[in-house]
Ligand binder design. Structure first.
Ligand code: URA
Length: 433
C-alpha cells in the first residue's frame, strides 16, 4: 500500500478501503506521510467526496489515533451534546446541570473559543478557581458523585484531528461534510457516552450558511453516530442573532446562572430544554419529549438545576459565592452604552459581527496564544422582534481596551437591522432523528 496509489484512487472517485484509510491516518500521524501528499488527498476528497462507509472508517481511524476515555466506572446513563459553534451560546452551562438534575450523567469534554465563537472552558474559567484539567480519576469520581463534570480536551485525544484540522484550514478544505463530520464525531466518540444531541447552527454567525447544507451535515453526523452505536439526534437552529443576550465569558456565565434560576432569556432556555428533552426521551427517562420538557422547565424554577451547577463548581474547585452573588464577577472597566439611531422592529442582529466585536473587545482570541479579558463582552438590550424607539438602548459593551471602543460601538450599532413589521423568528428550524 502506498499514498500515491491512494491519492490516485480518490482522484478517480474510487472508494477507499478501511485498510487504506487506517494506513493514511496512522502514517500521517507518525510523520511518514508529508503534508503535501495529505493536502493533495484532502483536495481529492473535497471534490470527489467520501461515502458513509469511508467516512465511518476515517472517523474510527481518527479515534484510534489517540487515547479514549472509558466511562464504564461511571454509574448511570451518560449523555453529551455538541454545538457547531454559536455566538452567545452558553447551552452547555445550562444543559449540563439540567441533565444531572434528572439523574442523567453529563460527562463533557469541551473546547476553548477561537475566532468569533466562544468556548465553554473559557467561560467556566471566569469563575475563580474553576479547574478544567481534572485527571481521569477525578473526572470519574465527580461524575459518580454529582452526575456532572466538564473538562478540557487533552492533546492525547484524537491527535489526528489536530493535525488534519490545521492542514484543512491551510488548504481550503474545511467545508466538506465528511471531513467536518469525522472531525466532530471522532472527538465525541473518544469519550464513551451513551447518547448525543448535535446542535447544528445556521446563519451568518454559523459555519453552515443555509438549512440545506446544515441538513446534509446533520444527517451524516446522526448516521455516523448510530454506526458507533451511540444514540444520536440533531437539531438545526437559527444563528441570525446571538442566542442569548450576553456575549463574553463572565457575562455568559452570569446569564447561564440566571437561566438555571428560570430567569434567563427565552431562546437559551428553549434550546437547552429541547436538547435535554431529546436526551431524556432517547435514554428512556420519559414517554415522550413533551413530558421531558415539562420536567426540565420545572427544574429551572424549583432550584434543582442551579444546585447541580453549584455542586459542579464546588467539586471542580470554583468559588461558589460567585454563583450565589453574580455581582462578584468583575466586568471590564470601560462600559459604553449604544443607542439606536432609528425606530422599528429588530429584524436581524448579525451574529458574526457581534462575535467579532466581542472578540475585539478582548473576550475572544485571534490566535490560540491570545490572552482573554474574561470580563469583556456585549450585553444586548434588544433581540429580533423587539420594537426599538430612536434613542433607545440597543446594547452595552465592556472592555479594558480604550482604543477600540468607538469603532466597536459603531460596528455593534451597524449589526442591528430594522423593519416596519415584526418578523417571525424561528429558533429551531429542523430536527433530524
Ligand atoms: N468543528 C470541528 O471540530 N471540526 C470541524 O471540521 C469543523 C468544526
Amino acid at each position: 500500500m502506498n499514498i500515491i496509489d491512494i491519492i490516485e484512487k480518490k482522484k478517480h472517485s474510487e472508494e477507499l478501503s478501511e485498510e487504506e484509510i487506517k494506513y493514511l491516518i496512522d502514517n500521517y500521524v507518525n510523520g511518514n506521510i508529508p503534508d503535501y501528499q495529505m493536502s493533495a488527498l484532502l483536495m481529492a476528497i473535497y471534490f470527489n467526496k467520501l461515502n458513509i462507509d469511508e467516512t465511518y472508517f476515517l472517523t474510527k481511524s481518527m479515534v484510534l489515533s489517540g487515547e479514549t476515555i472509558k466511562l464504564d466506572k461511571v454509574k448511570g446513563i451518560k449523555v453529551d451534546k455538541h454545538s457547531t459553534g454559536g455566538v452567545g451560546d452558553s447551552v452547555t452551562l445550562v444543559l449540563g446541570p439540567l441533565m444531572a438534575s434528572v439523574g442523567l450523567v453529563f460527562a463533557k469534554m469541551s473546547g476553548r473559543g477561537l475566532g468569533h465563537t466562544g468556548g465553554t472552558l473559557d467561560k467556566l474559567e471566569s469563575i475563580p478557581g474553576f479547574n478544567i484539567s481534572l485527571t481521569d480519576e477525578e473526572f470519574i469520581n465527580n461524575l459518580n458523585e454529582s452526575h456532572i463534570a466538564v473538562i478540557g480536551q487533552t492533546a492525547d485525544i484524537v491527535p489526528a484531528d489536530k493535525l488534519l484540522y490545521a492542514l484543512r484550514d491551510a488548504t481550503a478544505t474545511v467545508d466538506n461534510v465528511s471531513l467536518i463530520s469525522s472531525s466532530i464525531l471522532s472527538k465525541k466518540i473518544a469519550l464513551a457516552n451513551d447518547a448525543l444531541v448535535l446542535d447544528v447552527k445556521v446563519g451568518k454567525g454559523a459555519f453552515m450558511k443555509d438549512v440545506e447544507s446544515a441538513t446534509e451535515l446533520s444527517k451524516l453526523m446522526v448516521e455516523l453516530g448510530k454506526k458507533f452505536n451511540r444514540k444520536t439526534k440533531a437539531i438545526i437552529t437559527n444563528m441570525n442573532e446571538p442566542l442569548g443576550k450576553a456575549i463574553g465569558n463572565s457575562l455568559e456565565v452570569i446569564e447561564a446562572i440566571e437561566t438555571l434560576r428560570g430567569e434567563g432569556p427565552k431562546a437559551l432556555e428553549e434550546i437547552s430544554v429541547t436538547i435535554g428533552s431529546k436526551l431524556m426521551h432517547m435514554c428512556g427517562k420519559t414517554e415522550d419529549e413533551e413530558e421531558a420538557k415539562n420536567i426540565l422547565h420545572e427544574n429551572l424554577r424549583n432550584g434543582k438545576a442551579i444546585e447541580k451547577f453549584k455542586e459542579m463548581v464546588k467539586l471542580q474547585g470554583g468559588d461558589i459565592s460567585y454563583i450565589d452573588n453574580t455581582k462578584k464577577f468583575e466586568l471590564s472597566k470601560i462600559k459604553c452604552e449604544i443607542y439606536s439611531n432609528e425606530s422599528g422592529y429588530v429584524k436581524e442582529i448579525d451574529a458574526l459581527e457581534i462575535g467579532i466585536a466581542s472578540r475585539d473587545l478582548g473576550a475572544g482570541r485571534l490566535t490560540k496564544e491570545d490572552k482573554l479579558d474574561l470580563g469583556a463582552g456585549i450585553l444586548l438590550n434588544k433581540k429580533i422582534g423587539d420594537y426599538v424607539n430612536e434613542g433607545e438602548l440597543l446594547a452595552t459593551l465592556y472592555t479594558n481596551k480604550e482604543d477600540v471602543v468607538k469603532d466597536v460601538a459603531k460596528r455593534i450599532e451597524d449589526a442591528f437591522s430594522f423593519s416596519d413589521d415584526k418578523e417571525n423568528y424561528e429558533l429551531i428550524l429542523k430536527e433530524i432523528d
